[in-house]
Structure formats: structure tokens, C-alpha cells
Design a protein around this ligand. Sequence first.
Ligand SMILES: CC(C)(COP(=O)(O)OP(=O)(O)OC[C@H]1O[C@@H](n2cnc3c(N)ncnc32)[C@H](O)[C@@H]1OP(=O)(O)O)[C@@H](O)C(=O)NCCC(=O)NCCS
Length: 181
Amino acid sequence: MADDAALRVPPAHEIIVVPPPEHDGRHALLQQCIQVRIAVFVTEQGFPLEVEVDEHDPTATHFLLRLLPSLKPIGTIRAHKVENAGSSYYKLARLVVLKEYRHYKFGRNLVLALHDWAKDHARNSGVIDFVKIVCHSQAVRADSAGAVAFYRKFGYEEEGDLFDEDGEPHQKMVARLSLAE
Ligand SMILES: CC(C)(COP(=O)(O)OP(=O)(O)OC[C@H]1O[C@@H](n2cnc3c(N)ncnc32)[C@H](O)[C@@H]1OP(=O)(O)O)[C@@H](O)C(=O)NCCC(=O)NCCS
């Protein structure tokens, strides 16, 4: 797979940040993110539709990967900041790429776009050393190897034991990104 993937030329695309709440265009673009998520998490993977949209969607920062020039939405990821007893981190969630567009490094590009955004956001909040990102990775399931090995490629390390989330095993993973870079 690695050799094949290295040879694959991705179709023309762009990653946009969905405008923040109350800004023009957010609703339509957020709906596109959610439709891509439903195609993967609900239709492909069988997670319940009821848990797909949650309380973080209205305020989170969403990224949409779409093809050019068609603007067809094919991938998404989201981030939100969590303040916890004096410390804070960013939660990475809802990463998907439509099945037919995988292994073009789109997942990588979405993670790195989120990292760049989180670093800028942290710097603008006065943070100077590092930014902490947390995700709950799908672990091994009957129909896939999960995403733990994927996240490890971007500096994430496992923390704690597997736990159930939405009826499937997940692994908490944490990355600490230096702001010196
Ligand atoms: C996980 C997912 C987003 C990866 O997207 P993708 O565009 O195919 O990934 P990329 O092409 O950017 O892959 C980047 C690297 O990770 C590797 N990789 C991709 N998916 C992987 C997986 N599930 N496990 C381990 N490694 C993986 C690739 O081989 C590539 O390695 P390389 O850089 O050493 O060549 C995609 O498979 C997906 O949407 N899966 C279903 C939804 C899902 O599980 N989301 C995560 C929820 S926690």
C-alpha cells in the first residue's frame, strides 16, 4: 500500500475553514461537513445517526476538504478548545475522508491544517511553549484496524486504556506540539 500511495496523485482540492458562528456561509458549509461525516460514520461504519451531531458542532471550528473546481465535499475534521481546571487543550474530532478518496494524504492534510490552526489560536491566546491536542481514536474493530497507527504518525501517543464511545472501542491519544516551530 505504501508504494501505491506514494504514486497516487491527488485530485485538485482545497481545505477551507468554515466561517465562525454568526458569519455568512457557515450553515451551508457546516451541513456539507456533516453530510460527509454521515456518509462515513453512519452509512459506512454503522455509528448511530443520533450521536453524529453533538453539542460542540454549533461552536467548533470545522475544516472542509473539497475538490476543485467542482467544490465536491470529500473530507472534514473539527476542533474545539477545552478548558479544564486551569489547563486547556484542543480536541480533534470527526476526521473523515470519503472512502473513494482515501490514501491521497487528505487525512494527513486535514490533521496538519488543524494543527496549524490550533498553534495560531494558542499563540493568539498568549501561549508560548506548546499546544496540547487530544483525540479519541477508533481502536481495532471488526471491520477495520482503527486509526491509532494513523494518529501516531502525527505525534499522538496513547494515554490510558481503551474505552467505549458510541458503542465502539476508542483510545485516548495526545500530541504536544511545540510552538517554537
Ligand atoms: C483515517 C482516515 C481519515 C485516513 O484518511 P486518508 O486520506 O486515507 O489518509 P492519508 O492518505 O492522509 O494517510 C496518511 C498516512 O497514514 C496512513 N494511514 C491511513 N489510514 C490509516 C489507518 N486507518 N491506520 C494506519 N495508518 C493509516 C497512510 O498509509 C499514510 O501513511 P504514510 O504517510 O506513511 O504513507 C480515513 O481512512 C477515514 O476517513 N477513515 C474512516 C473514518 C475514521 O476512522 N476516522 C477516524 C476516526 S478516529
